[in-house]
Design a protein around this ligand. Structure first.
Ligand SMILES: *Cc1c(COP(=O)(O)O)cnc(C)c1O
Length: 431
């Protein structure tokens, strides 16, 4: 994190910062703002006094309990981890076990509309990802469609996702798991605020995973958590995340080091101290975006919190070309934008090596498609690809002010006007 970001989180609105400017005066796609040094100090002094720095110390326990309270859950339902991806690996190993490439169920069903880490976590746990489409209106996998997916019979894991923090149909996923016996895990990386807004909604049977990366709405710098309202799972998560040790120094199961340090917990605790003002600031940014878009005739083109995570503000273009045009117009106005999920996980060169342009590394990725094709022929993912092509992440930050937002919306309006001579294309209804 750069030093310029170390300013108080609960800055009063009247004192709002100017447009957040990154290097070269550009507006960055996301400008994190974590707790400043003096908010951290009391927690750091507790670490100094206790001389406990790692191995699930007192600050990690306190963070778990306070996070659970924020989401209306019992304390056992939150298990902190060193990152979102490690929390995902931990949840998969604990709930589904390691994938066996030679066994009857070597596959993991993974949505195309998510961050690449979702598929990488399945792969790290020994599963071969098979990409599945999402519901075009909901953006998440449709559990009843998955029940008839041809690869389900060879799947040892279903990984659902919460794209942009939009939670999937958890009850439907619980039923899918109960009916098929295939373990389900949800990568709900940006879903913290959604879980806070629907208290008590964690599942007892389907673990969810959060990321506390600096680009998420709630952050410990790097960090994550497994959200699983199951007391029995708790000790298994602790064991798997600590080299398979529990009580003794004997490995009694699959293991890794997925533990959060006391220093990262300190950041999370300081962030929780100011959670109310932070969420108000995020709501102000969303309201400001909504007003500016309505004034510019772009209502219905933006997806904003609370429907999505406050880590994002999304523009939905009519088609891929209009989305590219909007990104180019923003870029020319020194405004960054981002397709957060690229063109779809299945189109990452690692997963689609045949279509990949030559890259900077001498090792080409192995051709994963050949031995997969028999088990799971690649299916088209029209909805996931359409959404990846048309959704553009606009800049956001907890202190992005109205003037900055006006600049961003003006550039978008210009892009739309340029695309159709100012007549205004018919907006799609919001999902
Ligand atoms: C942010 C994110 C991750 C990665 O989380 P880390 O904490 O950076 O490891 C994984 N999946 C999704 C969907 C994300 O948005």
């Amino acid at each position: 994190m750069d030093a310029a970001a170390l300013v108080p989180a609960a800055r009063p609105a009247a004192d709002a910062a100017p447009v957040p400017a990154g290097p070269g005066g550009r507006v960055p796609a996301f400008r994190p703002q974590l707790p400043c040094a003096d908010r951290l100090l009391p927690y750091l002094q507790r670490i100094d006094a206790a001389r406990i720095y790692s191995n699930r110390g007192p600050l990690v326990w306190e963070l778990e309990i306070r996070l659970a309270r924020a989401m209306g859950l019992p304390g056992h339902a939150v298990h902190a981890a060193a990152s979102g991806m490690l929390a995902l690996v931990l949840a998969i190993l604990t709930h589904a076990g390691r994938g066996d490439p030679a066994g009857p169920r070597p596959l993991a069903l993974v949505p195309g509309l998510t961050f690449v880490a979702t598929a990488q976590a399945a792969e790290l746990c020994g599963y071969r990802p098979v990409f599945v489409d999402v519901d075009p209106a909901r953006w998440t996998v449709d559990p009843s469609a998955l029940r008839t997916h041809p690869a389900l019979a060879r799947a040892g894991l279903v990984l659902a996702a919460a794209p942009y923090g939009v939670l999937p149909d958890m009850a439907g996923l619980e039923r899918l798991q109960a009916a098929t016996g295939v373990p389900v895990v949800v990568d709900a990386a940006a879903g913290f605020e959604a879980l806070c807004d629907a208290p008590g909604s964690a599942s007892a049977t389907v673990p969810m995973v959060l990321s506390f990366h600096a680009t998420k709405g709630f952050s410990t710098g790097e960090g994550g958590a497994v959200i699983w309202d199951c007391e029995d799972a708790r000790l298994r998560l602790i064991r798997t995340g600590n080299f398979g040790f529990l009580g003794t120094r004997e490995a009694r199961g699959p293991g890794l080091n997925a533990k959060m340090s006391e220093y990262h917990a300190a950041v999370g605790l300081a962030m929780l101290d100011d959670l109310g003002p932070r969420r108000q600031a995020q709501a102000r940014v969303a309201a400001s975006y909504g007003q500016a878009a309505a004034t510019a005739g772009l209502r219905g083109r933006l997806h904003l919190p609370p429907r999505i995570s406050p880590a994002y503000a999304l523009y939905e273009a009519t088609d891929a070309a209009a989305c590219d045009r909007a990104a180019a117009v923003l870029d020319a106005a020194f405004i960054d934008s981002r397709r957060w999920y690229g063109r779809g996980v299945d189109r990452e060169p690692w997963y689609a090596p045949a279509q990949a342009a030559p890259g900077p590394f001498p090792d080409a990725p192995p051709d994963l498609s050949a031995d997969l094709s028999a088990a799971a022929p690649k299916a088209p993912l029209p909805a996931a690809h359409d959404l990846c092509d048309r959704l553009l992440g606009l800049p956001t930050a907890p202190d992005l002010d109205a003037a900055g937002i006006a600049r961003i919306i003006a550039a978008l309006a210009a892009a739309e006007a340029g695309s159709d001579g100012g007549a205004g294309a018919a907006p799609r209804p919001p999902a």
